[in-house]
Design a protein around this ligand. Structure first.
Ligand SMILES: *[C@@H]1O[C@H](CO)[C@@H](O)[C@H](O)[C@H]1NC(C)=O
Ligand SMILES: *[C@@H]1O[C@H](CO)[C@@H](O)[C@H](O)[C@H]1NC(C)=O
Ligand SMILES: *[C@@H]1O[C@H](CO)[C@@H](O)[C@H](O)[C@H]1NC(C)=O
Ligand SMILES: *[C@@H]1O[C@H](CO)[C@@H](O)[C@H](O)[C@H]1NC(C)=O
Ligand SMILES: *[C@@H]1O[C@H](CO)[C@@H](O)[C@H](O)[C@H]1NC(C)=O
Ligand SMILES: *[C@@H]1O[C@H](CO)[C@@H](O)[C@H](O)[C@H]1NC(C)=O
Ligand SMILES: *[C@@H]1O[C@H](CO)[C@@H](O)[C@H](O)[C@H]1NC(C)=O
Ligand SMILES: *[C@@H]1O[C@H](CO)[C@@H](O)[C@H](O)[C@H]1NC(C)=O
Length: 283
């Protein structure tokens, strides 16, 4: 079963999808991963529930499923999209014997409170720039408080910020609104940019020739967050293979990107071995 056709039928609106429900369901997902008991979450599953890890459909109960591995989670963060009836959860496990960084989006049915789709980007050693220890250190130093109502961005603007970021990968003229501190946590790399105070542009090493498709969003105005799942062509170092499963979590403040965390799973083993001086040299 191919994942990417599902993005086209992604849910768009729900009258009965409350934030309280989404919070409960996301907490149950986190609890399931921490206990290694999928049923803690799958009580919310619709009959046609589909579970993906890095674009592979699995049974959540199978031994292949990371959800059956009791994970010592050091950091978790979730956002809630009541319009799409979807959640996004970030988990960083640095002290576990098997360190992981996991980004997960889950879609629920319209008003029935049943999960139809869970897609997890499950990264560990060898994935793109992976290092849970450094990621935990950088991420926990960042404040991500709820955004006061009068300072909240519109859903449309938040989603547009996500699009501008990925549009820039194929068009050098696109300006990404990005404020200080002008860096992103890319896997476990502190990907530092330089704020050009004359132009107001956060200058960073980014590719310019990559069209990034398969965008799936979770938007939360209260959190000031857009999360974008994409398929990343060009970085799997093979031609004609599936794109790299990738998620970017973006925090927006005062109309600009404040923080960003990425998780990218290698389709081809070893794609995460990089040249730290020039991580984008192959693009
Ligand atoms: C699951 O079934 C619902 C209808 O009950 C449908 O709207 C949805 O598209 C299906 N989801 C998947 C992933 O096939
Ligand atoms: C997973 O196992 C639980 C019982 O632990 C069962 O209720 C559920 O139907 C199983 N789900 C799948 C998709 O096999
Ligand atoms: C589960 O893992 C086993 C052993 O690595 C493998 O043979 C099998 O194809 C995997 N199943 C799926 C659905 O990925
Ligand atoms: C998840 O993160 C919140 C902080 O946002 C924390 O209060 C909570 O204890 C964490 N949950 C678990 C199970 O670690
Ligand atoms: C992660 O980074 C820490 C600190 O730089 C380093 O000690 C450790 O070896 C790194 N781990 C991996 C898996 O690269
Ligand atoms: C590249 O971005 C610029 C600035 O937004 C825009 O004017 C131009 O049409 C874009 N080019 C393409 C080929 O999309
Ligand atoms: C990031 O770069 C700025 C200069 O552009 C520098 O002041 C800052 O110390 C750097 N931060 C890290 C963690 O390297
Ligand atoms: C740009 O402005 C920021 C904040 O005002 C300041 O911290 C930084 O040093 C300035 N950068 C340069 C290159 O002057």
């Amino acid at each position: 079963m191919r994942l990417f056709s599902l993005a086209i039928v992604a849910s768009t609106a729900s009258a009965d999808c409350t934030r309280a429900f989404l919070k409960t369901a996301a907490a149950d997902y986190l609890a399931a991963q921490i206990s290694g008991r999928p049923s803690t979450f799958t009580i919310h599953a619709a009959s046609n529930f589909t579970y993906f890890e890095n674009n592979n459909a699995l049974s959540p109960n199978s031994t292949n499923s990371t959800l059956t591995y009791p994970l010592k989670v050091d950091y978790n963060y979730s956002v809630y999209d009541t319009v799409r009836c979807a959640t996004f959860t970030e988990m960083v496990a640095a002290r576990d014997p098997h360190p992981f960084i996991i980004h997960t989006r889950i879609e629920y049915g319209q008003g029935d409170g049943q999960a139809q789709l869970l897609e997890a980007i499950v990264t560990d050693r060898g994935d793109w720039l992976f290092n849970a220890t450094t990621a935990l250190q950088y991420i926990t130093a960042e404040p991500w408080p709820p955004v006061a109502e009068e300072k909240q961005e519109t859903r449309e603007y938040l989603q547009k910020i996500g699009d501008l970021y990925f549009d820039r990968f194929g068009n050098k003229s696109v300006v990404i609104p990005w404020g200080l501190p002008c860096y992103r946590v890319e896997g476990g790399l502190y990907a530092n940019g330089t704020m050009n105070n004359a132009t107001g542009i956060c200058e960073q090493a980014l590719p310019s020739t990559i069209i990034v498709p398969y965008r799936r969003y979770v938007v939360d105005e209260e959190a000031g967050v857009v999360d974008v799942f994409v398929g990343f062509p060009g970085l799997d170092r093979t031609q004609g293979k599936d794109p790299m499963p990738d998620g970017h979590l973006i925090r927006v403040e005062d109309h600009k990107i404040k923080f960003m965390h990425t998780a990218s799973a290698c389709v081809v083993p070893g794609c995460g071995e990089f040249d730290p001086d020039d991580p984008f040299k192959d693009t």
